[in-house]
Design a protein around this ligand. Sequence first.
Ligand code: SF4
Length: 356
Amino acid sequence: MTAMLEVRGLTKHFPVRRGLLRRVVGHVQAVNDVSFDVNEGETLAIVGESGCGKSTIGRTVLRLVEATDGSVRLDGEQILNLSTDAMRDMRRKLQIIFQDPFGSLNPRMTVAETLAEPLLLHGLATPDTVDDKVTELLRTCGLSRFHAQRYPHEFSGGQRQRVGIARALATRPRLIVCDEPVSALDVSVQAQIVNLLQDLQAQFGIGYIFISHDLAVVRHIAARVAVIYLGRIVEEATAEALFAAPRHPYTLSLIAAAPRPDPTIRDGTEPVQGDAPSALAPPSGCAFHPRCPMAQEVCRTERPELRALGATRVACHFAEEVVPETVAIQTTPTAPSLQRRLDVLQSAALKKQSAT
Ligand code: SF4
């Protein structure tokens, strides 16, 4: 089966300029040789620490920043070399939801004007029909006609994010990049927004690239997860496999980074130590080796390729040595905040099910 979105070898290096002549003195290697697929109606989560390049991947796929190399195909059509006019049409199919809906909405436009703009621009409504279309969009996203003449500052954070989602939905996209869409919201509101995204996906078959550092939300919403370290995928698996048996030491560290009920109780896991190295001069060999508790000499000199290990893709020389017993302990969601957040999300989903 051909995937709806095929990303191959995606690379983005930002030049660093210095001096009066603004000479290029190096490159920030934000994204390196990243490949993944997203199927219709599927959610691929991209997770990693701040600054690992996950947002740059989403923006490069949408051509909000231009790729240095690689290819991005949506329904078989290459996006990266489309002309400006062709890209304008393509943008209808590719949308983004931002972390900060307040910052991404024009404070001088009412919600009706915000939603009418893309509908009219892409010929999806006429001046006669646009009001009805706006009302329909608001209803689909859990708002009402009553909200149409309001300005962004009159909404709560959750309502503003609903407006952001309605705007993304206006053009009937094939794919939405959700860039930390619930990170700025209260946990109960997070559950509502996550459930809304899932409903819209089921209704319209939209594919999501869900960028997040919140493993509880990712576990709830994603079918597959790609873990990014210093601009590269280090592990990719179904969400179920990744949380049941992570194969990369960095994935283990991310899971272990959640707070514990009693920090004196040790279960053999350690959150990742130290700061991520600079993407301007990544470490040789495996980029994770300066922080990896399993690092050996070969890790300093040879970069591990992303390879198949069962149904998982992993970039670690010693992935086979991550023993299942250790993993079982490490991945049990003992952290109260992680478990509480899962509980809130699950109970919201159950309530919704019983209401329908
Ligand atoms: Fe750690 Fe070596 Fe695996 Fe890199 S390749 S994650 S340094 S064990």
